[in-house]
Design a protein around this ligand. Structure first.
Ligand SMILES: NC(=O)C1=CN([C@@H]2O[C@H](COP(=O)(O)OP(=O)(O)OC[C@H]3O[C@@H](n4cnc5c(N)ncnc54)[C@H](OP(=O)(O)O)[C@@H]3O)[C@@H](O)[C@H]2O)C=CC1
Ligand SMILES: O=C(O)C1=N[C@H](C(=O)O)C[C@H](O)C1
Length: 266
């Protein structure tokens, strides 16, 4: 098996530190550099419990790419940073696996254009947990029969983007199967702004942020006298790592842009 050289961006964060552990324990993955906000110039070993071969922390993506020859850039940072990092990596000819959420449609289109122009793989997955991918697929199946749907996503209170990337992806997948419909009473009025949540093509997305939570989502379908609830819970960040591993392995054989893990799972 060929060794896959990997840079992890956001390596000191909640997801990035799990990704570093994943790279460390996977036989043919090799950590060659990391990017983060803090401790630029130091070794990761000096500021975390990483005990693999020493790797340097960079704060500038281009400098990181120039100094750390890599096959794959894993990005787990923050909305704006994730976009700029992924673009820099693709322009440098490095394949990308992006878990960062909160991109605009224009940013996604731009990353797709750069990946296609360069002819290299780029996987953007708003959720790497296999259960969450199944939740989205089941929701799409149900939407054919139940056009009335509300999405409730619940996350820890350190999350900066709302609604979550997963809830937006869920709404996009549902809209592929759902007959367009504006839900609720036609004369509905909010007496408190935001009471009905975000509006995605007439579907509503509600974002809950509370300490103690990790990542959770319910998709509620209502029909005459019945309610179908599809729910997924991630109780820890380890739950995302098998998806990250599959994405890294798959991106090595891709020469195009993929949005959503469901497009690469069997
Ligand atoms: N696709 C998926 O399955 C999942 C995706 N996510 C997404 O992954 C991202 C990271 O989540 P999480 O780990 O919880 O967040 P954290 O805030 O814990 O980690 C983000 C890390 O990136 C660093 N960072 C932020 N901005 C920059 C920048 N401009 N340059 C360099 N480093 C930067 C942060 O540093 P500092 O703290 O110093 O700012 C931090 O170390 C989010 O977008 C989240 O939505 C999360 C879970 C699952
Ligand atoms: O920030 C998080 O934690 C998560 N972000 C992703 C999202 O926005 O959907 C994936 C997962 O829900 C955890």
């Amino acid at each position: 098996m060929d060794v896959i050289r990997i840079i992890v961006a956001g390596a000191r964060g909640k997801m990035g530190s799990e990704a570093v552990k994943l790279v460390q324990r996977t036989e043919n993955f090799k950590l060659v550099g990391v990017l983060d906000h803090k401790d630029g110039g130091k070794l990761l070993n000096d500021v975390s419990d990483y005990d693999g071969e020493p790797v340097r922390i960079y704060t500038d993506p281009k400098e990181c790419l120039e100094n750390c020859p890599a096959d794959v850039w894993i990005d787990l940072t923050a909305p704006k940073a994730g976009y700029h990092n992924a673009k820099a990596a693709l322009e440098y000819g490095v394949r990308t696996v992006v878990g960062t959420t909160g991109f605009t449609d224009a940013e996604l289109d731009d990353l797709k254009a750069v990946a296609e122009e360069k002819g290299i793989g780029c996987i953007i997955a708003p959720n790497f947990a296999v259960g969450a991918v199944l939740m989205m697929k089941f929701a799409k199946m149900a939407a054919k029969y139940f056009p009335d749907v509300e999405i409730v996503e619940l996350h820890h209170d350190q999350k900066v983007d709302a609604p979550s990337g997963t809830s937006v992806k869920t709404a996009q997948m549902i809209s592929e199967a759902r007959t367009k419909k504006t839900q609720g009473h036609p004369n509905e009025k909010e007496t408190l702004k935001g009471a009905r949540g975000a509006d995605f093509e007439g579907m509503h997305i509600h974002s809950v942020r509370l300490p103690g939570l990790v990542a959770h989502q319910e998709v509620l379908f209502g029909g005459g006298g019945q309610l179908l609830t599809i729910r997924h819970d991630s109780f820890n960040r380890e739950s995302f790592m098998s998806g990250v591993k599959v994405a890294v392995e798959t991106v090595m054989n891709l020469d195009t842009f993929v949005y959503g893990l469901e497009n690469i799972l069997d």
